[in-house]
Structures are given as structure tokens and as C-alpha cells.
Design a binder for this molecule. Sequence first.
Ligand code: ADE
Ligand code: ZN
Length: 338
Amino acid sequence: MSTSLPALLAAMPKAELHIHIEGSLEPELIFQLAQRNGVAIPYASVEELRKAYAFTNLQSFLDIYYAGASVLLKEQDFYDMAWAYLRKAAADNVIRTEIFFDPQTHTARGVSMETVVNGLHRACVDAKTMGVDAELILCFLRHLSEEDAFLTLEQALPLRDKFIGVGLDSSELGHPPEKFARVFAKCRALGLHLVAHAGEEGPPAYVWAALDVLKVERIDHGVQSVKDPALMQRLAQDRIPLTVCPLSNLKLCVFPKLADHNIRQLLDAGLVATVNSDDPAYFGGYMNDNFLQTFAATGLAKEHAYRLAANSFEGSFAEAGAKRRYLERLDQAFAAQG
Ligand SMILES: Nc1ncnc2[nH]cnc12
Ligand SMILES: [Zn+2]
């Protein structure tokens, strides 16, 4: 029996490789946690907070995103936030997710690294009961100093078995990857996986630096790479995954319309592009919303759906056996849907 493309997009197993857990904090949970923890927030209602989600660029979003995270104080808060996301991921047939977290956003407010990591990690362990393999990636905030990143790494190392890698996020322009060359070299020596946001708003030079200086295994976003043919060739040749986030790019005005998104160009150039949600509570959609809206707007077809899901498994940091099992499940889903 042949099924509609939207049904196939929703039903196919997939991996999410670019989700900031603090960006999954829905306004309802922000208000609930604010009340539970006695934290004041400068919005009178959930509706008023949602109305403030009108962004013009990355920085206009980050200002609200960091303010929203201020309600997180206790280990249970981090668990509840992650669990709410993981339930949504399971409903979207996400069978593997590699979750970013921003410890400096919390340690700067006096919340301990243990509180953050233990709460998030417990939710990841419990996600197995829903059929979701979940892992954590610690992100350094690039608007802060190299020294602060080193301190953060030192605080996290006693919890080394609870995260699989490190990333680089926050304000991209003016904070090139080179600023974190030494921190990433140390993380590499420790055997951590490496990723970095690059080419979201920033130029192709930042993507080159993420690859050649930081030696990352994946590029988060990377959509500006199309401006540099030599870079496109490098990304294709080395099969460097790009964790693309279409609804995020739309909401942060990287593209004027979803129909203008370059995901098809990336796929046509042979890049290992993937679809991800970035900050779903702020950008109006989780994984399946991203797939459904992007396919509707750009006219991508069934073969692109298969490619994107297969890329997500290839690009994941799962061990080889797990990757094979994920791909088998993808093939079964496509065989069953005709
Ligand atoms: N889209 C994004 N870019 C950079 N840093 C982020 N932190 C959360 N979302 C981000
Ligand atoms: Zn991101």
C-alpha cells in the first residue's frame, strides 16, 4: 500500500543531531518552573511570552532564550525539561537524539554542573523505555572567553561518562572558531566527539576554521557554505554532516521564506545534510514539523526523505552496530509504505 508523503515523513525513523535542550523549554513549562522555584519572569502570561518570540536575527533570539533558561534551578527541573522533549521526540519517531546543553548558562547563575548533567542524563537513560537512544553534547558559549570554556570543561570532566562530545554555540558573528582552538584540541585528546555551529549567519571562513582548526566531525547549520564552491566540495568529499534546521533558519531570518531554503541545493551537491529542530519551543516546530513544512514549501520528494533520514543515522555518533540497526528500520519503514 502506498502512503502519502506527509505520513511517510512522520512515520519514518530518524535521528535528531541538533537540538538545544534549553530551546525545548515551552512557555507553559517556563511558567510552571518559575512558580515552583519562585523565580520572577518579566511576562504576565504564557501568551505574552509567546508574543515576544518575534526574532530578526540570532542575537534577538538568544537574548530571550537565555532569559527563559533562568527558571531552571534544580536537578528535577533539568529532568522535566529533557523528559518533555524526549516524549515529543518519541512521538515523532526519533529513535536517536544527540542533545546539546549549555552549562555556562546555568553555572553562571550558581547552578552546579552536577545538577545540570545529572538531571539531563537521568532523562536520557529513562528515554530507553520509549525506544529513544539519547546522548548529551556539552556546548561552550562562544561569546564567553576561552578561559571560561576551559573552566567549564574542568567542571564537567568528573561527569565525563555522561556526555559524548562537545560543541560550540551562541553568538556566531565576531566569535570565530579559532578563539576555541586550544579547548577543542584538549577535548579531542580526551576522545570527545567534536561539533560546532558554523555558517549559520557567519561566513564560509568560519566553516573552514571549524573543520581545519577545531577539527570538528559535523557542522551545525552550515547553510552559508553554498557561497564557497571549494568548501562545498570539501564537505561532500569528506562526508561532513551538516545539521540543518529549516524552521530555525526561517524564524531567525536566514532565509526570507521556507521555499527559499537551500536544503535541496545541499542534497543535490552530495552533502550529508540532515533536518533538525534546533530550538523547537521558540521556532514553532519539533522534528516532524520541520520535515513536513520544509517538504511542503520546497517540493522535496520521497527519495529526499529517505536520504535525509539515512544521513541522520550516518552522521550520528552511534556505534556501527546501532547505525546498521537504525538503517534497517528505515528500510523496513520504506518497504512497508510502498
Ligand atoms: N541557532 C543557534 N545558534 C547558535 N547558538 C544557539 N543556541 C541555541 N540555539 C542556537
Ligand atoms: Zn543550534
